[in-house]
Design a protein around this ligand. Sequence first.
Ligand SMILES: Cc1cc2nc3c(=O)[nH]c(=O)nc-3n(C[C@H](O)[C@H](O)[C@H](O)COP(=O)(O)OP(=O)(O)OC[C@H]3O[C@@H](n4cnc5c(N)ncnc54)[C@H](O)[C@@H]3O)c2cc1C
Ligand SMILES: *[C@@H]1O[C@H](CO)[C@@H](O)[C@H](O)[C@H]1NC(C)=O
Ligand SMILES: *[C@@H]1O[C@H](CO)[C@@H](O)[C@H](O)[C@H]1NC(C)=O
Ligand SMILES: *[C@@H]1O[C@H](CO)[C@@H](O)[C@H](O)[C@H]1NC(C)=O
Ligand SMILES: *[C@@H]1O[C@H](CO)[C@@H](O)[C@H](O)[C@H]1NC(C)=O
Ligand SMILES: *[C@@H]1O[C@H](CO)[C@@H](O)[C@H](O)[C@H]1NC(C)=O
Ligand SMILES: *[C@@H]1O[C@H](CO)[C@@H](O)[C@H](O)[C@H]1NC(C)=O
Length: 490
Amino acid sequence: MKFLCAVLSCASAVHAVGVGTCCTRLHQELGTKVSFLGQPAYDATESSYWSLQEAGLKPGCILRPSVPQDVSRAVAIIAPVDGCNFAIKGQGHAPAAGFANIDGGVTIDMTGLSTTLLSPDHSVLSVGAGASWLQVYQYLNPFNVSVAGGRNGLVGVGGLTLGGGISHFSPRVGWACDTVVNFEVVLADGTLTNANKSCHSGLYRALKGGANNLGVVTRFDLRTFSQGNLSVSSFVNTISQRGPVLRAFTDIVSSPKFDVYTSLVVGFLYNSSSKAWVISNSAVYTSPVLDPPVFAELAAVPSISNSSRITSLASLADEAPTPPLNWLFATATFKASAEFMLEIFDILNNTLYSFNPQGGVVWDVAFEPLPSMMLSHAAKTGGNVLGVRPEQGNSYIMLLSALWPDSVSNAVVEQVSRQAISTIESRAKAEGLLRKFQYLNYAAPYQTPLASYGADSVKFLQRVSRKYDPLALFQARVPGGFKLAKEGQL
Ligand SMILES: Cc1cc2nc3c(=O)[nH]c(=O)nc-3n(C[C@H](O)[C@H](O)[C@H](O)COP(=O)(O)OP(=O)(O)OC[C@H]3O[C@@H](n4cnc5c(N)ncnc54)[C@H](O)[C@@H]3O)c2cc1C
Ligand SMILES: *[C@@H]1O[C@H](CO)[C@@H](O)[C@H](O)[C@H]1NC(C)=O
Ligand SMILES: *[C@@H]1O[C@H](CO)[C@@H](O)[C@H](O)[C@H]1NC(C)=O
Ligand SMILES: *[C@@H]1O[C@H](CO)[C@@H](O)[C@H](O)[C@H]1NC(C)=O
Ligand SMILES: *[C@@H]1O[C@H](CO)[C@@H](O)[C@H](O)[C@H]1NC(C)=O
Ligand SMILES: *[C@@H]1O[C@H](CO)[C@@H](O)[C@H](O)[C@H]1NC(C)=O
Ligand SMILES: *[C@@H]1O[C@H](CO)[C@@H](O)[C@H](O)[C@H]1NC(C)=O
């Protein structure tokens, strides 16, 4: 079959003006979709960020597009204005400052683009890039189908999918990005086009992990699958049970017959004010089977509390928002080993135990399976750029997060997280257990997730970037997030 692919038009000439001019022109062309400091629409976007670090930045103006063509016009206006930098915001759940907001530039808040439409045969969901996963799950619930998306419903479709995306269903269908059949995307010159297996297939693959380096995605078309209710268990254990908990986790992760319905997060929490550790596990089974055998070993560990229920994804994902706090994410990936996880705990306890910054800090160390089963889907769906392959074997991802109320402590918390990650990485390396992969959606600003995809992926991304963004708009003028221009040099 022959497809007619949309062609690229030429980029416009560069004029040196500034952000003021750029906001004025946007306002002239897009009217009340553009807001300024002190106006309700501006404040609404500012107060919708998950972290205080993001909410604290003050853009010169905020654009809330309501149709994809608004984004197209906005990029065409912004691109030629030298010095007019911009940020792209989905549901604002990336914690680091500047990833989806900007001081003095233009923030494009995509949340108005959130329509959901299931294809007549129910096989593809088209969803606006600014939607939250909760909007998606609530829409899909009556149809008994689902898509692979965030576990917490408040998270955005845009950021999660462009950075990979771990869902409850990932062992069955892969990363969330692997389930994208088509991206509708605005390119650097303002062209609105579609990227899929048949048209712009390089861009299609590059967007699966390439984050905000290639364009502004306005719509995702996601492959659906039949899905009923889920089985949800939680277990809280004392820290003295870490041995058996980590053994159970490792047995699940490294099982040669990984059960594809497994969605497990083992979490260690540390409160610097009370100096107390506790273990909290979320064990989801994506089939309505109460207390499935795969979690039997974990369930048998003596617990402070435990619960099991059958529920829908729409209600499971409907989590209460957290109060305004500072947040930090950092990550690393390891080959499965219960002994090494105990070592990680000791390193963390040594690093964090006596650190009690002003206002206190809570550390949440989450371990999530990265089974080769999950990595086997990409090859069948046009590939992605994440660079993790099934033949590398079963691994797990560590997400180290910190939350703290007092912004005075930002620099020290970041520094301590860095020290913890670097000590853990060097131990893992020495023991041959470190994978190079750093999951972009969990990475700290001081990490280099794009480089972690490997040289082939980086070269491929650079090629696609040069083709679709010859003037490097998304490198130079969208400064937030992980940048190919920086990490490509590493
Ligand atoms: C409470 C919580 C739960 C989480 N749960 C999960 C989980 O279950 N699985 C998982 O994999 N991750 C999870 N994450 C991590 C999550 O994937 C990232 O935080 C992700 O960046 C959030 O996407 P967003 O659109 O909400 O974020 P934003 O901060 O709005 O965007 C994140 C990045 O993506 C870019 N971006 C967003 N939309 C677009 C677009 N349309 N076009 C181009 N670039 C865009 C932004 O520029 C920014 O750099 C979770 C995070 C939090 C805070
Ligand atoms: C969805 O599943 C429920 C329960 O099995 C059933 O009652 C309902 O008819 C199904 N809906 C559709 C659209 O298939
Ligand atoms: C693929 O993209 C082309 C344009 O680039 C578009 O015409 C076509 O409908 C897209 N295919 C799918 C399956 O979305
Ligand atoms: C941490 O411990 C302190 C002191 O016990 C308590 O007041 C605070 O609520 C705890 N914080 C969290 C997030 O649990
Ligand atoms: C689970 O909780 C129940 C009470 O809610 C308790 O009786 C039981 O011992 C717990 N299971 C384990 C393994 O600790
Ligand atoms: C699924 O779980 C919900 C509760 O979240 C319940 O109301 C509904 O009846 C369940 N559906 C089926 C088919 O069991
Ligand atoms: C953490 O470290 C402190 C200080 O060295 C020590 O007293 C404590 O026992 C450790 N906690 C655990 C659970 O090992």
